[in-house]
Structure formats: C-alpha cells, structure tokens
Design a protein around this ligand. Sequence first.
Ligand code: COA
Length: 359
Amino acid sequence: MSAVAASGPPSAVLCGLGGWLPSRVVTNEHLARRLDTDDAWIRTRTGIRQRHVVDPGQATSDLAVEAGRRALASAGTGRVDAVVVATSTPDHICPATAPAVAARLGLAGVAAFDVSAVCTGFVYGLASAAGLIAAGLAERVLLIGADTYSTIVDPLDRANAIIFGDGAGAVVLRAGRVDEPGAVGHFDLGSDGDHTEMITVAAGGSRQRSRPGEPSRRERHFSMDGKAVYRHAVTRMAQSARTTLSRAGWKIDDVDHFVPHQANLRILHSAADDLGLPRDRCAMHVEDIGNTGAASIPLALADAAGRGALLPGDRLLLTAFGGGLTWGSCLLTWPELAVPAHSFGQPAHSFDQGEHETS
Ligand code: COA
C-alpha cells in the first residue's frame, strides 16, 4: 500500500462509478390505468413522473451485476478484494446476494456480504467498505447499492406503488490517502429501532415464520406510514448532515453538491431548506427513476457525473434516511473519474400492458 500516508490507516478513495436501470419504464399514466390516482397527484406529492421496474424473473442480483460491471470498467480494474451489496430486497432470505454477484463478476473467492439498512444501505456500505480498507483487509472494494422494490410493493397499493422504482448503482473504492480527491471523509451513522414498524415488510422473516398460519396480503407486502416517515426523514437527514459537517469543520457554504437519498422531491427540498442550502445544489434524479432504495445515491452520482455536473475538487455531502429507522451521512471531494454519459446501459422502453403483479 505504497500510496498510503505513513501517519494513519489507509483511507477509502472513490475510483469507479456505474449504474444500471432495468429497461421497463412505468409512467404515472401507466399507474393511473390500474390505480385510483393521476399524474398531477403523484407529481405534486412526490415529484416523480416515471420509474424503471424489473421484468418477471429478474432479481436484484441481475441489476447489481450490471452496475458492478460498469463501476469496475470506470475504475479500469477487474479485481477487488471484497464485494459489498447494500439491499433490502435480496434475491433470497438466505444466503446473502453479494457472493452470487461476486461470482458472476468473475470474483469468486473474495470476501462478499450484504448490508441491510434499507434506504441508508449505501452510506452504511460506504462505512463498511472504508472500514475494510482502513483495517488493511482489502485494497479495493466494490460496493453496490441495489434494490427491486417492485418485488415487495403491492401493485394495488396506490400509496407506495407510485414512489418506488428498481435499479442499482455501484462504486469502487481503493486504499489511498485521506487528503487526496475521492477520499471518503467524515461519517455520521445512526438508528432508532423504536420505529421498526414505520417502514416494514411484516412477513417473511423469523417473527412471522415462527407463528402458525399464513400471513395476510398486507403482511407479505411493503408497508410505510408515509406521513410519519416524511417528518422523520427531513429531521434526521438535516440533523445527520449537520453533525457530519461539524465533524469535518465544513460550513454549509462549503458544500457544492448535496446528494441525498432520492426519497421524493418534497423531502429533498425540505431537507435542503432546513439546512439552508440552495435547492439548485441538491442532486435531483428522483423524477426520472423514483425512489430506488439503496441504489439511489450512487445512481444520483452516476447521473450527475454523466452530465458533467460533478467537477474534480467539488465537495459533496451524501445523506440518507431509511427503514429501521436508519440514517447516515458522509463527505467526499470529487475525484477525476471516467464516467460515460448515459452510463445506465440499455435504452429504456415504455411499458404498456401486462405488468406483473405479486399476489
Ligand atoms: N393518488 C391519489 N390519492 C392518493 C394516493 C395516490 N397515489 N395515495 C394516497 N392518496 C390519498 C389518500 O388516500 C388520502 O385520501 P383521504 O384524505 O381521502 O384519506 C389523501 O390522498 C391524502 O393522503 P396522505 O397520505 O395524507 O397524503 P400525503 O400528502 O401525506 O402524501 C406521501 C403521501 C406518501 C406522498 C407522503 O406522505 C410522503 O411523501 N411520505 C414519505 C414517503 C417516502 O418518500 N418514503 C421513502 C422514505 S425512505
């Protein structure tokens, strides 16, 4: 590890980035054909106009592999020492999704595990990857945030079907110096398990399976107390962002780009307003892809980088909030990165009929 300063443990430095979205696009108009809703309601409440969803039979690992491949290409490497997948929609309850993703990327044999922190998963994953590097356990880590919420949201639930989309975003982190561009800086991580029920899939885990009887349709699907989540999301994200900035000695004006978890437009605007950040410094990707869970921050980074909006030396504040409850933030100075425009792969196609429904 010759690049590492002798004075301290190696830092995790961002050196690759990529994203992947399934090709099937579901617009608000498509949803309005089968749900009692309309484009104006969805746009006003969430700022979302469309989302991408997987085809029948596609799983989270399929998206994760494509995003991982693009991040490795952007980093100019085929080798890493660990693969971390942040997801709350794993392919299976057991085993983790990461080993299969690693094997399909030609990385069988490396350390591979999942991080489960719902929409905060990518920030928790960054901290885990940085820890592996600081401990000298890995020289390079591939971190993928991937979720397929369309597989757990009830397609007949108009409150949630409008919000979520599927996708994957990935980064490669390498061992480097704390003072070089791309170094992942100060963190804040937190949780509040007193509100587990606020965002949940009640069935499928040991709590339900240890009881006799079949779970109800509602218990088998994703549920969320939207109003309460809204309030917690804004407060926790702003609080976590402030804590992180103060740990680094940054002022709010030092932040060139606020890259929050893309929950919905109103939450992002409210968090930016609460922080006193101009809204035009807030990364916005949710309109085109909805809330993609653990994938949303790396996808927002790939979108902004692909448009040339992130310049080397720009200072970024990443902040997330999700089920658990969990929240977290991290600072980063943007490095030189090879991220092609339109780095999400295949052309999107609009979807008109026969949307698959989980029953
Ligand atoms: N289309 C039309 N009407 C809808 C609807 C939809 N898709 N979903 C709910 N409604 C109705 C409700 O049934 C309710 O009707 P009622 O007054 O007759 O009971 C009315 O709209 C208001 O519902 P409410 O839940 O109070 O709306 P809201 O203004 O709180 O907006 C959310 C709902 C979900 C958009 C909002 O609470 C929110 O953004 N929450 C955060 C969700 C989120 O981003 N989570 C991810 C965090 S990681």
